[in-house]
Design a protein around this ligand. Sequence first.
Ligand code: SAM
Length: 246
Amino acid sequence: MKPSEKTIIPYKNSAETKKLQIAEMFDNIAHKYDFLNHFLSMNIDKIWRRKAINLLKLSNPKLILDVASGTGDLALEAARILKPQHIVGIDISEGMLAVGRKKIDKKNLTKIIQLQTGDSENIDFLENHFDAVMAAFGVRNFENLEKGLSEMYRVLKPGGEIVILEFSRPQKFPIKQLYHLYFFKILPSLGKIFSKDMSAYTYLPESVYQFPYGKEFCEILTKIGFAKVSYQSVAMGIAAIYFAKK
Ligand SMILES: C[S@@+](CC[C@H](N)C(=O)[O-])C[C@H]1O[C@@H](n2cnc3c(N)ncnc32)[C@H](O)[C@@H]1O
């Protein structure tokens, strides 16, 4: 489907679907993604992923789905902390998955983590399959958010848990103003220098600023059918971790 004028897309002059543009953008930046992620966030992203995974500790999931797995950082952290039997990571960017597979290989985790091409809005697994489903910085990129979340719900076992880490929006002075300055002025310039894809780092703030966060996102999860929906802000509202059950 051609993106509507309101849809936030990376390549504004392209008539490709959002999904194709997103896959292309992540293919373009895959080789620099990990470096930029950790550098631009000053490594805070690692702490957030750990925090999100820790929420799943109590239920001790054995079979986990990592949606929009990218280069596999969330899956690797889940393997280390939760020691599950198996983690499947799906993503639409082959470039990102290729980087992830190398990291998994290096850590001798190929028997535990399997990364495969797959669309989160049409997940190739039967319903009630996974003990836990998780996503970090992925759902914001979906072409159709509710479709993606419904699919995550469908493949989760009854009683299973979902954890979603996503950028949010700080509300308080001066973090709100600094965040805006960093996201719209500093980050696109740094991103352009290092990744050579200016669009990727203008898309990032634009997509964050139009994305539902906090209570609004929780309401969407509830509407999809999730129970016990809750969230916690991290780093003074820069990101949020959403937690729910099926
Ligand atoms: C910002 S990266 C996050 C990667 C990883 N989860 C992390 O924590 O670093 C977002 C990823 O979402 C993927 N993505 C976007 N839409 C998707 C979809 N519909 N299905 C699967 N993956 C998708 C992109 O290809 C990209 O790899």
